[in-house]
Design a protein around this ligand. Structure first.
Ligand SMILES: Cc1cc2nc3c(=O)[nH]c(=O)nc-3n(C[C@H](O)[C@H](O)[C@H](O)COP(=O)(O)O)c2cc1C
Length: 159
């Protein structure tokens, strides 16, 4: 299975840490959206999309990248994010991003999220929240998630 991870990580490299662990398990290259042309994705059987969260949404650069992909995508996909807070029930940004991918034709097989050190301005005053996250346990959970992606029942036709 040929995999790639497109990851936008801005604040502290939190999401990149998660992406690197998943990439290691899957043997996948991790790239910023600016480092890959939309047409290049068709060469992959499985595409991971990772983002930090800003103002209750995935980073604009990743959303724009996904929105610019042509319809009729045939690959499997997975989605992950880091955030300072749980996703609010009134703003399902991860679900919205999954829907965007599904509308492009991807089969989204799984999602993952964990906390990331958050220094959004008002929180900066108190030194931020979720210091040290993602921590070892978060990264182990990300590793488990990635190993699950290799589960033959989910991805085997492509492996
Ligand atoms: C300007 C700004 C806005 C943020 N907005 C949110 C938010 O709406 N919800 C949330 O849970 N976390 C929010 N965060 C926290 C980030 O999502 C979190 O720190 C994330 O791990 C950043 O990932 P990165 O280091 O990969 O960019 C915000 C952080 C910043 C700096």
């Amino acid at each position: 299975m040929k995999s790639i991870i497109v990851c936008k990580s801005v604040s502290h490299g939190n999401t990149r840490k998660v992406a690197d662990v998943i990439g290691e398990v899957l043997g996948a290259r991790v790239v910023d959206p600016s480092e890959i042309d939309v047409g290049e994705l068709s060469a992959y059987d499985c595409v991971g999309f990772g983002s930090g969260v800003r103002n209750m949404d995935f980073y604009r650069e990743l959303r724009e990248f996904a929105a610019s992909l042509p319809e009729g995508q045939r690959a499997k996909a997975f989605v992950f994010n880091t955030s300072g807070f749980p996703e609010p029930p009134f703003r399902r940004y991860q679900r919205n991003f999954v829907s965007l991918l599904e509308n492009k034709g991807f089969e989204v097989v799984d999602t993952f999220s964990c906390y990331g050190y958050d220094t959004f301005l008002p929180l900066k005053i108190v030194g931020g929240v979720r210091k040290g996250r993602p921590n070892t346990e978060d990264l182990e959970a990300a590793r488990g998630f990635a190993e699950g992606l290799r589960d033959p029942d989910r991805l085997s036709p492509l492996m």
